[in-house]
Design a protein around this ligand. Structure first.
Ligand code: ATR
Length: 283
C-alpha cells in the first residue's frame, strides 16, 4: 500500500477497537478496488468522542468512518443529519461525509437482512421471528425486520421492561408488525410458538465459551433456523447446540461482512468487492 498526498482516510471509532476485524476487511476492499485509502482503528474514550468527531470534520480527505461499541448511540447528536435507517435504529455505525456535512447512517440492519437471505435463504417479508435480547443490536435487527415486512416479532429478554420499551418503539414506527414480549430465562423454550421461522440471538451470551446456556437449548428443533450475531468463536455455543438439535444455524460473520460492504458502498459509490472482504474476514 502506497500512502501519498492523495490518500483518503477512513476510521473505526470505538473503545476498545483491538478486537475488530473491520480494518482488515475494509483495507482488503480498498486494495481490491485500487482505492488510494487507508482504514485505521481509532480508540476513542467516551470523554473524547466529541473531539474525535470534530477531528473528522477537519479532515478534507475523509473517506468515511465506522462507529462501534460504545459510541453508536452517543454519536447521534454530534452529527449533522441521519439517514432513515439510522433514525429507525436510533444508532449510527457508519458516517458518510457529504458536502461538508457528516451524515449518520446505519448499515447493521440491512447487513443482517442480506445475511439472512444469503445464508439461511429466508426473506423478512411475512416472517415470524424470535429476537433474544433488547439492546442496541436487537433494536437494529427488530427495526430492519419490521420495516422489511416481518409479520410477527417476539422480543425475549432477561429484563422484561427493556423488551417492552423496544416493542413500543417498533410498533410506533411500524404499526403493521405484531410485537410481543417474553422474559428470557434458563428454562425458556424455543418451541412454544411453532410458527416461528427464525430465532436470532443479539445478546452477548456466548462470547465467552464458559457462558451458561441462554435458554433450554434442547427445545430447539428443525425447521427453526438460528442466527447468532456472535461470530467469535466461529462455532458459538448456540450454533453448536442448534446444529446438534438438527437446526440450520449460522454465526454473525455474514452480517459483519454485509454491514461493512454497505458502508464501503456509501463511502465510495462503488460496488463492494465481497469476495476480497469475505476472504479478509476469514483470515
Ligand atoms: P448491544 O448494544 O450490543 O445489544 P447491550 O445494550 O448491552 O448491548 O445489550 C445486551 C443484551 O444482552 C441485553 O438484551 C441483555 O439483557 P438485559 O437487558 O437483561 O441486560 C443481554 N444479556 C447480557 N448478559 C446476559 C445474560 N447473562 N443473560 C441473558 N441476557 C443477557
Amino acid at each position: 500500500m502506497q500512502i501519498d498526498g492523495h490518500t483518503r482516510l477512513a476510521f473505526l471509532l470505538g473503545y476498545p477497537v483491538g478486537h475488530s476485524r473491520s480494518p482488515a476487511m475494509q483495507q482488503a476492499a480498498f486494495r481490491a478496488t485500487d482505492l488510494n485509502a487507508v482504514y485505521l482503528p481509532w480508540a476513542v474514550s467516551p470523554a473524547h468522542l466529541r473531539g474525535a468527531v470534530s477531528g473528522l470534520r477537519a479532515m478534507e480527505n475523509l473517506l468515511g468512518a465506522n462507529v462501534t461499541v460504545p459510541h453508536k448511540e452517543a454519536v447521534v447528536p454530534l452529527l449533522d443529519r441521519l439517514t432513515p435507517d439510522a433514525e429507525a435504529a436510533g444508532a449510527v455505525n457508519t458516517i458518510v461525509p457529504r458536502e461538508g456535512a457528516l451524515v449518520g447512517d446505519n448499515t447493521d440492519g440491512a447487513g443482517f437482512l442480506i445475511a439472512l437471505q444469503d445464508e439461511l435463504a429466508v426473506e423478512a417479508a411475512d416472517l415470524h421471528v424470535v429476537i433474544l435480547g433488547a439492546g442496541g443490536a436487537a433494536r437494529a435487527v427488530a427495526m430492519s425486520l419490521a420495516r422489511a415486512g416481518a409479520c410477527a416479532l417476539i422480543l425475549a429478554n432477561r429484563t422484561r421492561e427493556r423488551a417492552e420499551r423496544l416493542a413500543r418503539e417498533v410498533t410506533s414506527r411500524v404499526p403493521g408488525c405484531r410485537v410481543s414480549v417474553e422474559r428470557l430465562h434458563p428454562r425458556w423454550r424455543a418451541d412454544a410458538s411453532p410458527e416461528t421461522g427464525v430465532l436470532v440471538n443479539t445478546t452477548s451470551v456466548g462470547l465467552r465459551p464458559t457462558d451458561p446456556p441462554l435458554f433450554d437449548y434442547e427445545s430447539l428443533a428443525s425447521p427453526l433456523l438460528v442466527y447468532d450475531l456472535i461470530y467469535h468463536p466461529p462455532e458459538t455455543p448456540l450454533v453448536r447446540a442448534a446444529a446438534r438439535q438438527g437446526c440450520r444455524a449460522v454465526n454473525g460473520l455474514g452480517m459483519l461482512l454485509h454491514q461493512g460492504a454497505f458502508a464501503f458502498e456509501r463511502w465510495t459509490g462503488r460496488p463492494a468487492p465481497l469476495a476480497a472482504m469475505r476472504e479478509a474476514l476469514r483470515g
